[in-house]
Design a protein around this ligand. Structure first.
Ligand code: 0O2
Length: 206
């Protein structure tokens, strides 16, 4: 399998989505409005992770493109939980890709404690051989959810997916604490945004 050639359209999708989502953030900033996007990251799944997922899902290489929906992955990180729903509405109203599935791990968190909102999209990429439809996953989460997921991901890597029970329980507690933090911040959201507006105004008038 020529992985470089296979992954090229996925690299393109990640780059295009990053540009488009960063463009949305810039537009909010031009209009001096609170941006629901704090930052964007993206990656193409490394080949060993693709192969591990092929194995885990008990699938095979010919079915790879249908079965593994997050080879191209983009993450939108927001300040507040409300912002996640603003992004979801904006993504639903776009016509440059179609949404084929939504996974709401915010209202139904995973057993691990993981919270995030996932959209699986079908995105048309122009190649030199014509249009190719490529699946991609957009993960939308708050800074607190991202902090938790990043730490849990590192521990999963360290323990090869077998996190000891005591650490698992601690992580579940930490996930609840992160969610409480999001809830508390939501209550003082207007105050925080007002402070940020004043800060930006003062910075730009200097
Ligand atoms: P990586 O290294 O981030 O690429 P499904 O087909 O729905 O049964 P699938 O395809 O794994 O399962 O989809 P799901 O559950 O929506 O998860 C896809 C991605 O979400 C994962 O990719 C992670 O990025 C993230 N994720 C899901 N659950 C967890 C979790 O418990 N902890 C953390 N930290 N991240 C999670 P990969 O391929 O697992 O990993």
């Amino acid at each position: 399998m020529n992985w470089e050639a296979f992954l090229a359209p996925y690299v393109q999708v990640v780059e295009e989505l990053k540009v488009k989502l960063k463009g949305m953030r810039a537009q909010f900033e031009f209009e001096s409005r609170h941006s629901p996007i704090e930052f964007i990251t993206g990656r193409v799944k490394p080949v060993p992770s693709i192969l591990e997922k092929v194995h885990r899902k008990d699938t095979d290489l010919p079915r790879l493109e249908e079965e593994i929906q997050d080879i191209a992955g983009v993450r939108v990180v927001c300040q507040f939980v409300d912002d996640i729903y603003t992004i979801i509405d904006m993504l639903r109203s776009r016509n440059d890709f179609s949404i084929i599935e939504e996974k709401d791990y915010i209202s139904s968190k995973k057993d691990s404690g993981y919270r995030s909102y996932h959209m699986i999209i079908r995105y048309p990429v122009e190649t030199i051989h014509g249009e190719k439809m490529v699946m991609a996953e957009i993960q939308i989460r708050t800074l607190a959810m991202n902090f938790w997921a990043t730490n849990e991901h590192s521990l999963n890597y360290k323990y090869d997916g077998q996190i000891p029970a005591d650490i698992k329980a601690r992580l579940q507690g930490a996930a609840e604490a992160a969610f409480k933090l999001d809830e508390e911040m939501a209550k003082i959201k207007d105050e925080v945004q007002e402070a940020q507006r004043i800060f930006h105004k003062n910075k730009s008038s200097r």
